[in-house]
Design a protein around this ligand. Sequence first.
Ligand SMILES: Nc1ncnc2c1ncn2[C@@H]1O[C@H](COP(=O)(O)OP(=O)(O)O)[C@@H](O)[C@H]1O
Ligand code: SF4
Ligand SMILES: [Mg+2]
Length: 376
Amino acid sequence: MTRSVSDPVLEVRGLSTSFFTDDGEVKAVRDVSFDLAAGETLGIVGESGCGKSVTALSILGLVARPGRVVAGEILFKGRDLLSIGREELRQIRGRDIAMIFQDPLSSLNPVHRIGAQIEEAMRAHDKIAPREVRPRGLDLLRQVHVPDSARRVRDYPHQFSGGMRQRVMIAMGLSNRPEILIADEPTTALDVTVQAQILQLLRDLNRDLGTSIILITHNLGVVAGLCKRVIVMYAGEIVEEGSTEQIFDSPQHPYTWSLLRSLPRVDADRHERLRSIEGLPPDLIAPPQGCKFNPRCPFRLERCFSEDPELEPVGDGHIAACWVTMKRAYAEMGAGSLVDTGPGAASGVRPPIAPVGPDLSEPEGQGLAPEAHDRD
Ligand SMILES: Nc1ncnc2c1ncn2[C@@H]1O[C@H](COP(=O)(O)OP(=O)(O)O)[C@@H](O)[C@H]1O
Ligand code: SF4
Ligand SMILES: [Mg+2]
């Protein structure tokens, strides 16, 4: 089958990745599916530990033991990256799909000059002609606005500030003109001004070079200015996906709604306390039955404790996995004026008293109890 230009450049289908630890199987990513179109900017958002980085590492074949992709397909221009050879994948990584991490210092080699490291990134692949490598290295540093770049190519990583190192990482990531750039919390360690500059830089790169960008962040505020579409993850799963307008103006999953409420607001009274989401994300070895957000959800119903909702359309190109959805929560549970956002506060629904588990009662007159067999 021939591919058309409008086909997604990346298709993730039913991706599940687990870590097989001594305590059990940590289901870090479960049944995650999404597309990335050529030139698109996609945000992946959620609290720490919800599976964002593991999703990115799975795409690049970088999940380390005891982790492993247990199911799914990752199609890059129609080719499944999970079924190609190690060397072929190594070539795609860095050349066609590049990744930049939160902590550039751990990804840069402290004993090599910045310029040499950018050049090395190009020499590792054969996309850039050898005679172009050196001038391109310098050009890239200029492109990412490293001042006095002709001199600074000879510096070592420790001579750069955090923001400048992140620019170097972006330059390295872009060195082979990748089609996809995955930026995992690229601004988290930086102060607000530098953060804004890096985001501006990513915006320019997307506009000028058409690079598709996946921006991963725990901060929903960061995606607004860069991404056209947003995926919200909770406990290893996608719970909502929509255009940035849909996610910000009309979130349908209570978790997305809670994330938005916990964002600092520019127009808010400075003394207003930041509202954080009560409770913690669940244990990924033994998550709660039913909807995994039920221990923290103000709008939960009885069925949320036993039945896990699937992603369903809630608007044009907008999907969410929730039995209630915010439309109903506003109409029937007064979500608009809710002061107490604690678990079950809006619906009044408490968790079932007895934990749901296997029925261990022994039917009458049915022979020996299990312990009696053990003693044989
Ligand atoms: N090496 C590992 N061993 C066991 N569990 C891991 C490992 N790496 C990640 N995890 C688990 O996978 C989950 C998802 O992690 P991650 O994708 O890094 O979250 P984040 O959304 O913050 O990027 C976490 O809950 C974490 O406990
Ligand atoms: S209403 Fe139910 S299904 Fe929806 S997020 Fe809350 S607990 Fe989950
Ligand atoms: Mg992460």
